[in-house]
Write a protein that binds this ligand. Sequence first.
Ligand code: S3P
Length: 425
Amino acid sequence: MELKNAKQLKGTVSIPGDKSISHRAIMFGSISNGITEITNFLQGADCFSTISCFQKMGIEIENTADRVIVYGKGLHGLSTPTDVLDVGNSGTTTRLISGILAGQSFSATLNGDASIQTRPMKRIITPLSQMGADIRSLKGNDCAPLEFHPAKLKGITYNSPVASAQVKSCILLAGLYADGTTTVTEPVLSRNHTELMLRAFGADISSKASTASIQPNPVLEGLKIEVPGDISSAAYFIAAGLLVPNSEILIKNVGINPTRDGILKVALAMGGNITKENERIVSGESVCDLLVCSSSLKGTTVEGELIPALIDEIPMIAVMAAFAEGTTIIRDAAELKVKESNRIETVADNLKRMGADVETTEDGMIIRGGKVLHPCEFDSYLDHRIAMSFAVGALALDKESSMKDAECVNISYPKFYEELYKLAK
Ligand code: S3P
């Protein structure tokens, strides 16, 4: 696909629903009593995978243009799947649903695409097995396909070696079906949407610093949920507004939960001109509009506790760094290697294609900005966030570029190119 360049970006964009929150709304609605009505649901392929998995377990889910309605059947209301549960490309579906499947009185098998079948599942197999779950990696490689059989679960106290909301959420969901308290401590607090939303559904869940605890067997009741716009999708528009000269973009409805807003901190540290407007709370989550104006960016260091709050935005930050003056160091981000692609490699490869100076490290990369960058052919490696990050980079080049497998944006933002190019002057 051809990627446009632009002299200026002007206008307003409304950000589609948060992917993490959309998945959780379907899952928690399915195991609650009665109706859950979801607005601004992310209509993307990953979330459709979650819907189809729960439909296969007997949950009626209606997806109309403006809302999704889940007819929940309660904590013990799921039924034996009619088929293998297909999680597609979605790591969130795989790891969160595993926590639920571990506690069921029926057997189930889940599998996904080629990328999912290489992503590490030992991180959930270990704690779930400690809880007593019968979970097996069918190929014996600690990856999907995964098979589950009925087992009695016990509550555990688990010190997670990774700051991963998917791991934390998996264990907390299994904890709903355990015989006592389940506690998870992470090295650094990861996104806390599960804690916030499960509590709203009626779960007895407490959290303090990077530890969350849940009590088993609550009565969960259906809810109305308005999903805030996804800051991970907004990140592409933030970067585009900063990088393309003479630009001014109003980005409406952006979730700014403090466990997710690392991109704003980094953009400000790089010298970005960003103003928060109209701050408000929507379904228990902080939301605002962002006004972004073109800025001269400088290099920065991205590390430590900030990493989980911007893990999905690192490809975009790396592109911003290539256009910035000075050096940007990204470290403590080895998790990048086990995302939809190995994002240390796929980011570095695409940066080099446009002439950037990048050195990869074990847990990140070093980007020396200020090089002359040129149009080129990018490769998404079928990773939606790589495609979107480099489409934004291409906007700031002096001629058109191209992207191999650009359509993979369907995973999280089907209308991405349309919305981005609408702003181009
Ligand atoms: C997510 C957690 C993060 C993130 C992913 C969505 C979630 O993954 O990268 O896109 O919804 O819980 P990890 O938990 O593996 O860090």
